[in-house]
Design a protein around this ligand. Structure first.
Ligand SMILES: NC(=O)c1ccc[n+]([C@@H]2O[C@H](COP(=O)([O-])OP(=O)(O)OC[C@H]3O[C@@H](n4cnc5c(N)ncnc54)[C@H](OP(=O)(O)O)[C@@H]3O)[C@@H](O)[C@H]2O)c1
Length: 271
């Protein structure tokens, strides 16, 4: 009996919630995973870089005593979401929070960017996000707790010449998440779209945006972004825009004609 209370004090009988974070090997996903662990959540972390995921898993389980499961997957592969879902089901591992963060961009004219890279971008930024949400959402609705955090972008608020597909994928994420949030408003689920402006992560170099005017403006520190994201997601805010100036940018679409706003975006995307 004494042991029971000792274990209870140590929290061993407390069942922890679990967060699945995609793209947790670097940048925003990695820092979000750290915040979930600090908040006593177990984790399932997904990306392609096995070494980085294993390193993060050891760090988080040592530091916070949480369980961290690593799943190495290329989410631009259309089978990947079902494989992840089936694997977790087979292991009886339930998800409470789904963080669809993995994504990438590419700068350049649509007709010149590599075809396969653009299709993979849609597969990753849109299709995998929708598939994972559709697969895990019924479980969340049944529990009536937890939620879905989709990582969009300020790019989602207008068309983006010279990064057309990236902007269009993020417009999808924003629209989809807002609609989902509305559909689920009578539940206890949190449904948010994080829409950051430029952030100092691997994204700039990977997308080529590092050389664009956009990344010569205000680039936020990743920790400032995730701190706001985590707090506002847990509060249930639907659209989360970290940074004071960034909050103003979507309003441009209300002040100026769409034509003007997309020309400005095109200029910011020029390298
Ligand atoms: N940084 C910005 O300025 C900015 C602004 C607005 C929105 N965002 C969005 O924030 C999200 C995270 O980006 P980040 O800034 O943190 O960039 P990042 O540092 O490049 O991180 C991207 C993450 O996505 C993972 N990933 C990429 N391709 C993948 C694939 N095919 N399958 C599985 N995982 C994949 C990467 O892991 P592996 O390479 O190990 O697979 C990495 O963990 C993206 O959705 C991005 O669009 C970024």
């Amino acid at each position: 009996m004494l042991n029971y209370y000792k274990n209870l004090m140590k929290g061993e009988f407390m069942s922890r919630e679990t967060a699945l974070v995609t793209g947790a090997s670097s940048g925003i996903g990695l820092e979000l995973a750290k915040l979930f662990a600090k908040d006593n959540k177990n984790l399932v972390i997904v990306a392609r870089s096995e070494d980085k995921l294993n390193e993060l898993a050891s760090e988080l389980s040592e530091k916070h005593g949480v369980d961290v499961k690593v799943i190495v997957k290329d989410l631009s592969n259309l089978n990947a979401p079902t494989e992840i879902f089936d694997q977790l089901n087979a292991e009886n591992l339930e998800i409470d929070y789904l963080v669809n963060n993995a994504g990438f961009g590419a700068v350049g004219p649509f007709s010149e960017l590599e075809y396969e890279r653009q299709v993979n971008m849609i597969n990753l930024n849109v299709t995998s996000l929708v598939a994972l949400t559709r697969l895990f959402l019924p479980g969340l609705i049944e529990k009536n707790s937890g939620g879905v955090l989709n990582v969009g972008s300020l790019a989602g608020f207008q068309a983006g010449p010279n990064a057309a597909i990236y902007y269009a994928t993020k417009a999808f994420v924003l629209s989809f998440t807002e609609a989902l949030s509305s559909e689920l408003k009578k539940t206890n689920l949190k449904v948010s779209c994080l829409a950051p402006g430029p952030v100092a992560t691997g994204f700039g170099e990977e997308s080529g945006m590092d050389n664009a005017l956009l990344f010569k403006t205000v680039v936020m520190n990743v920790n400032d972004v995730v701190d706001v994201a985590y707090i506002e997601f847990m509060k249930g805010k639907t659209v989360i825009i970290p940074g004071l100036i960034n909050k103003f940018l979507p309003q441009l679409g209300r002040i100026f004609p769409r034509k003007v706003v997309r020309e400005i975006a095109g200029k910011l995307n020029k390298t």
